[in-house]
Design a protein around this ligand. Structure first.
Ligand code: BEZ
Ligand code: MG
Length: 581
């Protein structure tokens, strides 16, 4: 035994886990500044994007992920195995870091030689010498990267905007995330969506297995059983970008798979037999955005059909939670048609939950008001013959059974504290469940960007985003380069973080404490914020005081006092009571 009652082995294990967590934060690809319209990314930004792009297999063009090629070349286990091992074994960690270091250097050689044909040769040579990677494999990766780099280095946005304003034709391009689909480049094109009948894609379906297993395992570890019902948020843009990852996950939770017709359109589902599913079918309550409703009408029908198909299976309640719940509803006197309604959205022509406005404008007293607003906005039923009819009671009944809420996150650039929409949807839903189920649901987020596919709790996600962005000097200094807009961006992050307190109680004290320390109590930083954008600075300080006042942050009395003084000083200056420079 050593100090603190820990054995050396236990201590080493903790240090290793801590290191693994630090790597996770370090490796998040974060925006280090706002996009300036018309400006192409700088070399180092392009290199980061290319490294991320190269870290995924592209089976459709027979290109393998660079970390895997390196691991194979070195005679090590597959990269995903190294990732799995790195949090638990020093050897796994050392091997993982060796692979990642070589990948980074290879991208460096490629970029250093200009990224064109000479870059392809340099990258291929480097990997052949350094890691014994077969040239015929690595050359395909670098040729792909070379084309992407070229399209990254041009930017037609301003030119295209001018042409659009003159009423000229703008070429179309796919709408997607650059990592998932580099074919979105060059930017400055008219985004086209997906064919809703293509959703979910084969890849989205394949990827859904790991993430759904991770979600159910996670809940099992926390609660010792499967959730009988999950409340899920589905967005339109995300399902365009990922070709239906969220849709695939909903289907898989229900225990069904997509079926394609002779035209390769997803028009039906097939039930996964109980024996091969190996777990109960989970009841899924889907709250979909207005954009999803508009773009994915046929997909809403498919999801509705999936629920009805599962409900009709002759299976015992313990292996089919949909059927169990529907039987309960029928016993309570609900018509059969109503009992199976699980797809909800806004009334036709309406969008959003308005929870973000309620929270940001501080227009609520009791937390349940937030959930009530969510229900008011989202209680319109979709699917076969439903056509968006109001169904408040049906949504409320379905939410009363929900034990976990969930949303898939499809990119690292826009996370849970970057925009108000995540707390508006996932937070609003969770708050609505809390009142109707009588207990707080577990709140989870899926991250399909890491090769392993990961599910985090909301609390973990808020901590990760806070460390990777809001409190990360690389992030906030990047924002502050934009002056006025940068301060507004920092303030939005603080407000969106607060949104997670209001909707889900998911923000630790230290987060507010560190935000106050970094941006307000540090005099020179505060002065920079104030000069760039006094209004946003006042909102930021006011938001911290509101967090304290509403009981989300147990601040030291001295800190609250200082924040109050600072806030009063800002008000006076803005209103011209005292001299301002
Ligand atoms: C959507 O893509 O469905 C969406 C986008 C922004 C906010 C909410 C939903
Ligand atoms: Mg918006």
């Amino acid at each position: 035994m050593s100090r603190g009652g820990l054995s050396h082995e236990e201590r080493d294990r903790i240090v290793l886990r801590l290191y693994d967590e630090l790597l996770e934060i370090e490796q998040r690809l974060i925006p280090t500044g706002l996009h300036v319209f018309g400006r192409a990314p700088e070399e180092h930004e392009a290199a980061d994007a290319l490294r991320m792009i190269a870290s995924f297999d592209r089976p459709e063009i027979a290109v393998r992920a660079l970390p895997d090629l390196v691991a194979t070349g070195l005679g090590l286990p597959a990269y995903r195995t190294l990732l799995e091992k790195s949090g638990a074994s020093e050897e796994g960690l050392a091997q993982r870091e060796r692979v990642e270091g070589i990948v980074r250097q290879a991208i460096g050689s490629f970029m250093g030689a200009g990224g064109g044909p000479a870059g392809v040769e340099a990258g291929t040579d480097f990997l052949a010498h350094k890691a014994g990677v077969a040239r015929e494999e690595s050359v395909k990766v670098f040729q792909l990267l070379s084309g992407i780099r070229e399209r990254l280095s041009v930017n037609h946005e301003l030119d295209a905007l001018m042409r659009a304003l003159r009423g000229e034709y703008i070429e179309p391009g796919p709408g997607a995330d650059i990592i998932q689909n580099p074919a979105i480049l060059p930017t400055g094109r008219n985004t086209h969506a997906v064919n809703p009948y293509g959703v979910p894609s084969v890849t989205a379906w394949q990827k859904s297995e790991a993430i759904v297993n991770a979600l159910l395992d996670r809940h099992w570890r926390e609660m010792g059983r499967y959730p009988e019902a999950i409340g899920m948020v589905l967005w339109g843009m995300d399902n365009i970008k990922t070709q239906g990852e969220g849709v695939a996950q909903a289907l898989r939770l229900l225990g069904v798979e997509p079926r394609r017709d002779s035209m390769n359109r997803v028009t039906d589902i097939a039930v996964i037999p109980r024996e091969s599913l190996g777990r109960p079918r989970i009841d899924v309550v889907m709250t979909v955005s207005g954009i999803f409703r508009d773009l994915f009408g046929s997909t809403m029908e498919l999801l509705d059909k999936a629920v009805r198909r599962v409900a009709a299976l002759d299976e015992p309640g313990e292996s089919n939670f949909v059927r169990r719940h529907i039987n309960e509803q029928l016993a309570a006197g609900d018509p059969a048609e109503d009992a199976a309604v699980r797809v909800f959205s806004n009334a036709a022509g309406n969008y959003g939950t308005n929870v973000n406005f309620l929270v940001i404008d501080s227009q609520w007293e009791q937390a349940y008001e937030i959930g009530d607003l969510f229900v008011t906005r989202k209680c319109f039923a979709y699917g076969r013959g439903l056509d968006g009819r109001e169904a408040r009671q049906l949504l409320e009944r379905a939410l009363a059974r929900v034990e976990a809420t969930y949303q898939n996150i499809d990119n690292t650039e826009i996370g849970v504290t970057d925009v108000d929409h995540y707390f508006e949807y996932l937070g609003g839903l969770s708050q609505a469940v809390e009142k109707r189920a009588g207990t707080k649901p577990k709140v989870y987020l899926g991250d399909t960007l890491t090769p392993l596919g990961k599910v985090r709790s909301l609390g973990e996600t808020v901590r990760l985003e806070t460390r990777a962005k809001t409190l990360n000097p690389k992030w906030y200094e990047g924002m502050l380069r934009h002056g006025f807009c940068g301060v507004a961006e920092i303030e939005h992050h603080v407000a969106n973080t607060f949104g997670w307190s209001a909707t889900a109680g998911a923000v630790d004290d230290w987060i507010y404490q560190e935000i106050a320390g970094t941006f307000v109590l540090d005099e020179s930083m505060f002065e920079r914020l104030r000069r760039f954008n006094p209004h946003a600075t006042r909102s930021l300080v006011g938001r911290l005081l509101e967090a304290e006042h509403r009981g989300y942050w147990a601040a030291d009395a001295g800190v609250t006092e200082r924040l109050r003084d600072i806030f009063a000083g800002l008000e006076d200056r803005l209103e011209g009571v005292s001299a301002s420079r």
